[in-house]
Design a protein around this ligand. Sequence first.
Ligand code: Y12
Ligand code: CO
Length: 173
Amino acid sequence: MKLTIVEYPDKRLRQISKEVTTFDTKLHALLDAMNPMMIDTNGIGLAAIQVGYAIRVLTLNIPDEEGEQHPENLLEIINPVVIDKSGETLYQEGCLSVPKFYEDIKRSEKISIHYQDRDGKKMQLDADGLLAIAIQHEMDHLEGILFIDKLSYAKRKKFEKEYKKMLKERKKS
Ligand code: Y12
Ligand code: CO
C-alpha cells in the first residue's frame, strides 16, 4: 500500500475521523504501511487522516534518549478516548502535515486513555512526557484540529504568511 502525507492547507485534514468497527486485514495493511512511513519521514506520531484515511487510527513511536526509534516501541492506537488528564506542559511541536514549522503548544502533562489494539482488544494506557504530548497532538487530528489552530492570532498570521511563502518557493524548485 503506497501512502503519501496530506499537507496543510488540504481540507481533508479538517475531516472528523470515524470510529473503527472492523478489525480486518484492510486495517492491518493500513497500519503496516503507516508505521514505516512514520519512521521514514522522521515522524513520532501519525494519524490515519494524515495519509488520507478518515478513521480513528494513530501510530506512535517515541525515540529513546539517543533519538533512536525501535520497532518494539511502536504503539498502534485505535478509537482512543481520554479518561483522565492532569497538569500542564509546554513543548515545541511539529507535524508531518505542516512541514518546516514548529511552535510551543500547551498540553496536559499526563493523560490516561482507553483504546483498542489492531485486533480490537480493549486497552488502557497512562502516559506522560513526550508520549502524552504526542497522543494529544494525534488525537486532535481525529477531530480535524491541527496544532497551528492553537496559536495566538498574531502567531497564526505570521505562520500563514511564512507557510505560503514556503509553498511558493517549493513549487519553483
Ligand atoms: C511532540 C510534538 C508533536 C508530536 C506529533 C507528531 N509530530 C511529528 O511526528 C513531526 C514530525 C516532523 C518530521 C519532520 O521531518 C521530516 O519531514 C523529514 C519535520 O521536518 C520538516 O518538516 C522539514 C517536521 C515534523 C510528537 C511529539
Ligand atoms: Co500532526
